[in-house]
Write a protein that binds this ligand. Structure first.
Ligand code: GDD
Ligand code: MG
Length: 366
C-alpha cells in the first residue's frame, strides 16, 4: 500500500521549535515526529511513502533518508512553491498508484487505517475520510454524514453557528487516483475547500475511527503529545520502550538525582545531586542538569544545559539552550535552539524566545 504525506506547511504555530528544524523532524520524546507516522503506516501495511515537502525539505531528507530504517521506501517531492493540500498531491501525481492514502503530516494517531481501507473497498468509494470526534471542531474540517456513511457536507473551518456535530476530518484519506482529475495542474488548490465539497454525493465517504488522535500544531499540543506518549495513551514504539515502569533512563546517562515516572532520559545526560526529573519529563541526549534543579511536565532538547536550583515546569527548552542558576521556566514557555538565559530569571506565561536571543542575569520576571 502507498501513502503520500503532506509536510509542506511552515509550522508557524510551533515556532520557535520550527525556526531551525522543519516540523516533521522536530524531536518528539526520542525520535523525529514523522517517525510516529511512518511506524503507524508500517503497522498497517504501507511500504511506499511519498513525502510532499516544501519548507526546509533537505532537512527532512537528511534525517529520514531513504526510509530503510523504517522498512519503507521513502521518496521526496518538492514543490517549486507551496501549492496547498490539493496542489501538492496533484504535483506528486506521477508517483502515485491507483489507490493511495493521503495524510496530513502533523498528526499523532493510532487510528485503524486497515479498517478504513477495508470500508473504502467495501463501499466502492472514490474517497474515504477518517473521522474523529473532537470537542471544538472550529479549527478543522467538519464532516456531516448520512446513515450509509456517505458524506453529506464537508465544511473546512466551520463558524460557530455551523457546528452541529463533533466529527471532523482527521487528515487521513483513502483516495482513488481519479480524484486527482478534479485538481488543476500547477496551481494552488485546497483539497478541503475545493475538492471534497465537489465529491459530496459522488463517492465521498467517512470512516468513523476510534483511538488516539492529536494535531500537534502548537506548543501546548506538542507537550500533550509528549505526555500521551509517556503515559502510553497512544500506541507507539517510543511508549513501549518505557515498559511497565513508564521509565527509560539510558545506560549512558549519569544521574545523582531522582527520576519520577513517566519520564525518559537520553544517553549522555548528566543530572546533578538532588535534582528531580519527572513526572512527565523528557531529557533528550546530552542534556546537563545542575544540582537541586526540578524538571516536570517539560521537554529539554539535545545538548541543553540547565543550571543549579532551577525549576522547569510545563515548558520546552530547545537544543543547545543554556539556562542560568535559579531561573524558572514555566507556563508553556518555549525557548528556541541555542537561546541563552542568565541566572535569576522567570520565563513564563507562554513566552517564546527565539534562536539567537541572550538574556542577562535577572533580566525578566513576568
Ligand atoms: N506539500 C505541501 N504543500 N503540504 C502542505 C501545504 C502545501 O502547500 N499546505 C499545508 N500542507 C501540509 C501541512 O504541512 C500539514 O501537514 C497538512 O498539509 C495540513 O495543513 P495544516 O495547515 O496543518 O491544516 P489544518 O491543520 O489547519 O487543517 C487540516 O487538518 C485538519 C486535521 O488536523 C485540514 O485537512 C482539516 O480538514 C483537518 O480537519
Ligand atoms: Mg494541522
Amino acid at each position: 500500500m502507498q501513502a503520500v504525506i503532506l509536510v509542506g506547511g511552515e509550522g508557524t504555530r510551533l515556532r520557535p521549535l520550527t525556526s531551525t528544524v522543519p516540523k516533521p523532524v522536530v524531536p518528539l520524546v526520542d525520535r523525529p515526529f514523522i517517525a510516529y507516522m511512518l511506524e503507524w503506516l508500517r503497522r498497517h501495511g504501507v511500504d511506499d511513502v511519498v513525502m510532499s515537502c516544501g519548507f526546509l525539505a533537505a532537512g527532512v531528507r537528511n534525517v529520514l533518508g531513504d526510509g530503510a530504517a523504517y522498512g519503507i521506501q521513502l521518496r521526496y517531492v518538492e514543490e517549486p512553491r507551496p501549492l496547498g493540500t490539493g496542489g501538492a498531491v496533484k504535483f506528486a501525481e506521477s508517483l502515485l498508484d491507483e489507490r493511495f492514502l493521503m495524510l496530513n503530516g502533523d498528526v499523532l494517531t493510532d487510528l485503524d487505517l486497515s479498517a478504513q481501507v477495508a470500508q473504502h473497498e467495501a463501499s466502492g468509494a472514490r474517497g474515504t475520510l477518517a473521522l474523529i470526534g473532537v470537542e471544538d471542531p472550529s479549527a478543522y474540517g467538519l464532516v456531516r454524514l448520512r446513515d450509509d456513511s456517505s458524506v453529506r457536507e464537508f465544511l473546512e473551518k466551520p463558524s460557530p453557528d455551523q457546528i452541529d456535530t463533533n466529527l471532523i476530518s482527521a487528515g487521513a484519506y483513502v483516495l482513488e487516483r481519479d480524484v486527482l482529475d478534479l485538481i488543476p495542474s500547477g496551481q494552488a488548490c485546497s483539497i478541503e475547500r475545493e475538492v471534497f465539497p465537489r465529491l459530496v454525493g459522488d463517492g465521498l465517504y467517512g470512516f468513523v475511527g476510534d483511538g488516539y488522535w492529536l494535531d500537534i500544531g502548537t506548543p501546548d499540543r506538542y507537550l500533550q503529545a509528549t505526555f500521551d506518549i509517556l503515559e502510553r495513551n497512544v500506541q507507539t514504539a517510543a511508549g513501549e520502550r518505557l515498559g511497565a515502569g513508564f521509565l527509560a533512563v539510558d545506560a549512558g546517562a549519569e544521574s545523582q538525582g531522582r527520576t519520577i515516572p513517566p519520564a525518559l532520559v537520553g544517553p549522555g545526560c548528566r543530572i546533578g545531586a538532588g535534582a528531580r526529573i519527572g513526572a512527565l519529563a523528557v531529557l533528550a541526549p546530552d542534556v546537563s542538569v545542575g544540582p537541586r534543579t526540578e524538571i516536570e511536565q517539560s521537554v529539554v532538547l539535545r545538548g541543553a544545559d540547565v543550571g543549579a536550583d532551577c525549576r522547569l515546569s510545563y515548558c520546552i527548552v530547545g537544543a543547545g539552550a543554556r539556562i542560568g542558576d535559579r531561573t524558572h521556566v514555566e507556563g508553556g514557555a518555549v525557548l528556541g535552539e541555542g537561546v541563552s538565559i542568565g541566572a535569576d530569571n522567570v520565563i513564563a506565561a507562554g513566552a517564546r524566545i527565539f534562536p539567537g536571543v541572550t538574556l542577562p542575569d535577572g533580566a525578566i520576571s513576568f
